[in-house]
Design a protein around this ligand. Structure first.
Ligand SMILES: CC(C)(COP(=O)(O)OP(=O)(O)OC[C@H]1O[C@@H](n2cnc3c(N)ncnc32)[C@H](O)[C@@H]1OP(=O)(O)O)[C@@H](O)C(=O)NCCC(=O)NCCS
Length: 161
């Protein structure tokens, strides 16, 4: 049984390890520290009783045309614990915090075109695919833009906060 809690600065090395083992090859500790400093309510970890971190989620708020919106920056669950509902629970904790802290109306996630599993995962959570944003990533690759309307989100009991 794993628990979700708000991430703390001391979790950074474990979050990086989880990211690099389960998602992409590199995450900068400096960037992560600055991200968590700016959005301390929008980072959660999935932790075992023995304090191992088996998943995390990071979010942020951005502004476009004077409109503030949520962005799901990064999410990963250790392969051993996938398809048990933890990815969805991490999303619920983040969405709840975005609504409570920032009154966010939408959350957007940018996914590499090759990451079909993630597209399926977000579509399963009722995200809508809004098409492709060219050269979104720093390596100039394109992203699918998937958006979820948080006004449809029912704040549930038991989410981490
Ligand atoms: C995407 C990811 C976080 C999903 O985590 P997870 O814990 O396995 O997801 P859940 O168990 O909460 O699944 C939620 C729903 O998606 C479905 N789902 C999960 N994995 C799926 C897959 N491989 N194919 C199809 N559906 C899938 C589940 O069946 C579940 O549906 P349900 O609510 O109807 O039962 C995980 O696969 C991962 O870490 N991938 C690598 C990193 C990544 O690509 N992150 C996303 C980009 S930010």
């Amino acid at each position: 049984m794993l628990e979700i809690r708000v991430a703390e600065i001391r979790d950074i090395p474990k979050i990086i390890k989880c990211h690099e083992r389960n998602f992409e090859p590199y995450l900068s500790a400096t960037q992560l520290k600055s991200h968590m400093g700016e959005f301390p309510h929008l980072a959660f970890v999935l932790e075992s009783k023995t304090k191992e971190i088996h998943g995390y989620i990071l979010g942020e708020m951005r502004i476009k045309k004077k409109q503030e919106y949520g962005v799901l920056t990064s999410l990963a669950v250790n392969k051993r614990f996938r398809e048990k509902g933890y990815g969805k629970k991490l999303c619920n904790s983040l969405f709840n915090a975005m609504i409570q802290t920032y009154k966010a109306n939408t959350v957007t996630v940018y996914i590499r075109l090759t990451n079909e599993l993630a597209v399926q995962f977000y579509e399963n959570l009722d995200f809508e695919n809004e098409g492709v944003e060219a050269e979104y990533f720093s390596d100039q690759t394109d992203a699918y833009v998937l958006k979820y309307n948080l006004t449809n989100f029912v704040i549930t009991e038991g989410v981490a906060n």
